[in-house]
Design a protein around this ligand. Structure first.
Ligand code: ZN
Length: 155
C-alpha cells in the first residue's frame, strides 16, 4: 500500500486526474519482496479520502454557543456577539470549511514495471540480479562538467 501525500495531491481526485492522463509513477525506497510485476495489486491510500460534513458545525465552519462560557470568549478562534452568544471557529478541532476527513484506500493498480536507478559502475552481474527480480536497472551517468539547461522564466 502506498500513501498519496496531500502536499502534491490535496485530494484523491487530484491524484486520479494526473494518473488518468500520464499514468502512475511512484518513487519507492525499497521493493517489497513478494511484489510480482504484472500480478500484484498495489493499493493507494490518502489521509483525506473520506470527507464528511462536520457534525459540530453542520458544514458551516463555525458554530454558536452561549457567551456565559467565559473561558472561551477571550480565545482568538471565538468571536463575541452582542446578542449574548459566541461564534466559535470550528477549525480548532480538525474541521476545515465545515468538513472533516478520514483516511481510506481510494484506488489500486498493478505495476507494469519497476525501475531502479543504479550507478554507472553497476556490474552486469548486479544488473542481472535485479532483472531476475523483475526490476529494470536504469544507469545514471554523472555529468563531467556543468551542463547548462535552457530555462526561461515564466511570467
Ligand atoms: Zn466543523
Amino acid at each position: 500500500m502506498l500513501w498519496i501525500g496531500g502536499q502534491f495531491y490535496p485530494t484523491p481526485a487530484d491524484f486520479n486526474r494526473e494518473a488518468n492522463s500520464v499514468g502512475v509513477s511512484r518513487r519507492i525506497t525499497a521493493t517489497p519482496k513478494d511484489l510480482v510485476v504484472g500480478e500484484t495489486w498495489v493499493y493507494l491510500a490518502h489521509r483525506e479520502a473520506i470527507a464528511k460534513t462536520c457534525p459540530a458545525c453542520k458544514g458551516r465552519g463555525v458554530f454558536t454557543v452561549e457567551s456565559d462560557q467565559e473561558d472561551i470568549a477571550g480565545e482568538e478562534w471565538a468571536t463575541l456577539l452582542g446578542s449574548g452568544e459566541v461564534v466559535v471557529d470550528c477549525a480548532q478541532d480538525g474541521c476545515r470549511d465545515g468538513m472533516r476527513f478520514a483516511p481510506a484506500i481510494f484506488s489500486a493498480f498493478i505495476p507494469t514495471a519497476i525501475e531502479q536507478v543504479v550507478a554507472e559502475d553497476c556490474s552486469e552481474e548486479e544488473a542481472e540480479k535485479l532483472r531476475k527480480r523483475g526490476i529494470e536497472p536504469v544507469i545514471v551517468k554523472r555529468a563531467d562538467e556543468d551542463v547548462e539547461l535552457p530555462i526561461e522564466p515564466v511570467e
